[in-house]
Design a protein around this ligand. Structure first.
Ligand code: PLP
Length: 501
């Protein structure tokens, strides 16, 4: 990114860059971004550096004197870029593929320029009111009922933490004032989630003083969905054993296989037992924008809270997690603590979002989400989600059609969980896990695609998650070609593969 010929320090002894210098470098940076977005695949998707390479290329201490932006941007290209794993690359199929879309990037740029802190309504009325409006737009897109009120957090992990903090508040155990430690007047509190739930639920329990033992994992069925009857039995057993059940977290789109828990049946149990029902739809929720996928949020109208991450499958740059709560007054009760210096004359006429979470300072994340939702519109979002699902299903079909490969889970969305099982190998063959591990390493070394793994009932599985806006059929086809090529290459040392190919 060599830009201007200006090699002198860009800042004087005081003040910021002058606006003309900013403009010049701003244009260079935006040009760099535009070139990057046009051809992200000119970089290897998975960084090729070794541990410590980046650190060693950087000085031990910050510079004593100002450095030129030319020098800084040159080092960005020389040192930083090679050390990046490119999440905005069309061959990124690992974890959940995400997108920093162009409208979202522009939103981030403006957000940084304004540097608004959306803690109180008066610290930027537009930030608060846009957050209210844009989350109501998202609620409507997801066909959630009007009773849900939204707030934006950074991540689903924090959204679920806030959900469980609200659940603890709703349980009326006075944790806010008295804490939980040393309470002889209280039974142990229990939260339920399936054995496929994301680790953020356990982390939340750790932070909230429930402890990991306070999370009871409900077994999933053969398709990795929570068994609602097992949930009901566990709650009854816990009550009999002196626990106090307070909440259940269902998942729509689990991390490993994207399975969808039976939320309507779980909601029945939650209502009957007086549990807070939280739904972690961080990944899968976005699909409900499609009329034909609305069913994935069935039962969620009865949830107390639900999280959907626009930074996962809604083309919004990380971070942006949309949290919807049907009992916002409880959430506020859990978190609101207003020192005198933060009191404002608007009173209850406005919302102050600092009242709905642990943070005081809050980024103006609504801006980028607003820009993404407007720039694509409902039809544009639908088309892109539909295409990702089509690509996932296409890939699943290729796996299903090849006798050397097997799918290890249903494909409700755009993520395929599969493994190489050479024709004739037993499903329990102990060579399968190391074979698939080596396969994944080989495939990821290509630099063209990046896949991740999951372990399902002891079986090492590969995951191909379609979710980047720039991923096209050619990229998915290339991933399949690389996978099969690598399987063949491994066949040189594993004759059964070669024989059967
Ligand atoms: N919930 C589910 C189902 C996830 O798959 C993930 C991450 O992949 C999370 C929560 C955590 O998301 P975040 O990174 O936004 O905390």
């Amino acid at each position: 990114m060599s830009g201007s010929s200006d090699s002198s320090p860009v800042a004087g002894p005081l003040g910021d860059l002058d606006p003309d210098t900013f403009r010049r470098y701003g244009h260079h940076v935006v040009d760099w971004i535009a070139d990057f977005l046009r051809h992200p695949e000119r970089f290897p998707v998975l960084a090729r550096v070794k541990p410590g390479d980046v650190r060693e290329a950087l000085p031990l201490a910050a510079p004593r004197d100002p450095e030129s932006l030319d020098a800084i941007l040159a080092d960005f290209e020389r040192v930083i870029v090679p050390g990046l794993t490119h999440w905005n690359h069309p061959g990124f199929f690992a974890y959940f593929a995400i997108t920093g879309s162009a409208p979202g990037i522009l939103g981030e740029l403006l957000c940084a320029a304004l540097n608004v802190n959306a803690m109180l309504w008066r610290t930027s009325p537009a930030a608060t009111e846009l957050e209210e409006v844009v989350l109501d737009w998202l609620r409507r897109l997801l066909a959630l009922p009007p009773g849900f009120r939204g707030v934006i957090y950074d991540t689903a992990s924090i959204s679920s933490l806030c959900a469980l903090a609200a659940a603890r508040e709703a349980a009326g155990v006075d944790a806010r004032e008295a804490g939980l430690a040393g309470r002889s007047d209280l039974p142990r509190l229990r939260v339920y989630a399936s054995d496929q739930a994301h680790s953020s639920i356990e982390k939340a329990a750790i932070i909230l003083g429930l402890g990991q033992a306070g999370v009871r994992k409900i077994p999933a069925d053969a398709e990795f969905r929570m068994d609602a009857e097992a949930l009901a039995r566990a709650v009854a057993e816990d009550r009999a054993g002196g626990w106090r059940p307070i909440a259940v977290s269902a998942t729509v789109g689990t991390t490993a296989t994207t399975s969808v828990d039976p939320v309507p049946a779980i909601a029945e149990v939650a209502t009957r037992e007086g549990l807070w029902l939280h739904v972690d739809a961080a990944y899968g929720g976005a699909a409900a924008i499609l009329p034909e996928y609305r069913h994935v949020l069935a039962g969620c109208e009865r949830a107390d809270s639900i999280v959907v991450n626009p930074h996962k499958w809604l083309f919004t740059p990380i971070d942006c997690s949309a949290f919807f709560c049907r009992r916002p007054e409880i959430l506020k009760q859990a978190f609101s603590l207003v020192p005198t210096f933060l009191q404002t004359p608007e009173g209850s006429a406005v919302e102050n979002f600092m009242d709905y979470g642990p943070q005081l300072g809050r980024r103006f994340r609504a801006l980028k989400l607003w820009m993404v939702l407007r720039a694509y519109g409902r039809t544009g979002l639908e088309a892109r989600l539909r295409e990702h699902i089509r690509l996932g299903q296409l890939f699943a079909g290729w796996v299903d059609g090849d006798p050397d490969w097997e799918r290890l889970a249903p494909v409700p969305f755009s993520t395929v969980v599969f493994r190489l099982r050479p024709h004739g190998w037993d499903t329990a063959d102990p060579r399968l896990n190391p074979l698939n591990e080596r396969l994944l390493e080989g495939v990821n070394a290509s630099g063209e695609v990046f896949l991740s793994h999951a372990v399902l009932a002891g079986r090492y599985a590969l995951r191909l998650a379609v979710g980047n806006i720039r991923t096209e059929e050619q990229h998915v086809a290339r991933a399949w070609e690389i996978l099969r090529g690598e399987a063949l290459r491994l066949g040189a040392t594993a004759p059964v593969v070669a024989e059967d190919d």
